[in-house]
Design a protein around this ligand. Structure first.
Ligand SMILES: NC(=O)c1ccc[n+]([C@@H]2O[C@H](COP(=O)([O-])OP(=O)(O)OC[C@H]3O[C@@H](n4cnc5c(N)ncnc54)[C@H](OP(=O)(O)O)[C@@H]3O)[C@@H](O)[C@H]2O)c1
Length: 227
């Protein structure tokens, strides 16, 4: 039975990843900041383990990786993320909040990946996924604004591209996925697709990833997105 580790599994896209992999018979190591309040996650059927993890707490990441040192992880999904204050417009930027978004969206996925690298390298599939956003594509930016979120996801893309190169020799595939505009707390009710559709399509993309795709940035439909 394959094993997936998911960050930010309390709600939204992360919760849906946990549900779908569990429904498919996978072992799911679901992490979230507050397991006590994650009732939907704890109520999922299947082989789901819930662990506390705030991805900005480097000590907590290290401790969890150590406590799970016997696990072989097939796929790590770096899903947890924040948008930061809205709107982030010129003249009204909250620089303190920007630091928090950079720490969460760009720096922490690397720390999680570093700490769980041995677990992933022992897994059969050896895949590290980071949930990015088209908002992080510089070539796709035609509307400006959103300085904080755009820069955090552009930085995540740069980080994961380097990771893909550095892990090539270990046979670990690294990819960035844009989930679409999804109806979650972050995406809002006016978004275009629900998390069930987004996650089911991203799971197909993830399943199809091989070494040739490592370091790529893909939409939930599998199309490449330009940087
Ligand atoms: N929804 C969209 O349209 C959309 C589009 C493009 C990209 N994305 C990306 O998709 C990912 C999931 O987004 P979503 O729409 O599901 O957002 P969401 O509904 O706001 O959920 C965000 C999840 O991330 C968790 N999280 C935030 N900061 C964390 C931290 N420091 N440590 C651990 N967990 C943390 C939250 O946990 P708590 O419950 O503890 O707050 C929650 O589980 C994000 O990376 C987001 O940027 C979403």
């Amino acid at each position: 039975m394959p094993t997936v580790l998911i960050t930010g599994a309390s709600r939204g896209i992360g919760l849906e990843f946990a549900k779908q992999y569990a429904d498919d018979g996978w072992k799911v190591i679901a992490t979230c900041r507050d397991p006590g309040g994650a009732n939907e996650l704890k109520g999922l059927a299947g082989k789901v383990e819930v662990h506390a993890l705030d991805i900005t707490d480097r000590g907590q990441i290290q401790a969890l990786a150590k406590s799970l040192k016997r696990e072989n992880i097939d796929i790590l999904i770096n899903n947890a993320g924040i948008y930061g204050p809205k709107p982030a417009l010129l003249g009204g930027i909250n620089y303190g909040a920007w630091e928090e978004v950079m720490r969460t969206d760009a720096m922490s996925p690397l720390k999680v990946s570093e700490c769980f690298l041995d677990h992933i390298a022992r897994g059969k599939m050896k895949k590290i996924i980071a949930i990015s956003s088209k908002m992080g594509s510089i070539s796709d930016n035609s509307s400006g604004g959103s300085y904080i979120y755009r820069s955090s996801k552009a930085a995540l893309n740069a980080v994961m591209k380097s990771l893909s190169i550095d892990l090539k020799e270990r046979g670990v595939v690294v990819a960035l996925l844009h989930p679409g505009w999804v109806k979650t707390d972050m995406g809002g009710p006016g978004a275009l697709i629900d998390s069930r559709e987004s996650v089911s399509k991203m799971r197909d993309v993830i399943a199809g990833l091989g070494p040739e795709q490592s370091g790529g940035f893909f939409g939930f439909d599998g199309e490449r997105i330009s940087w």
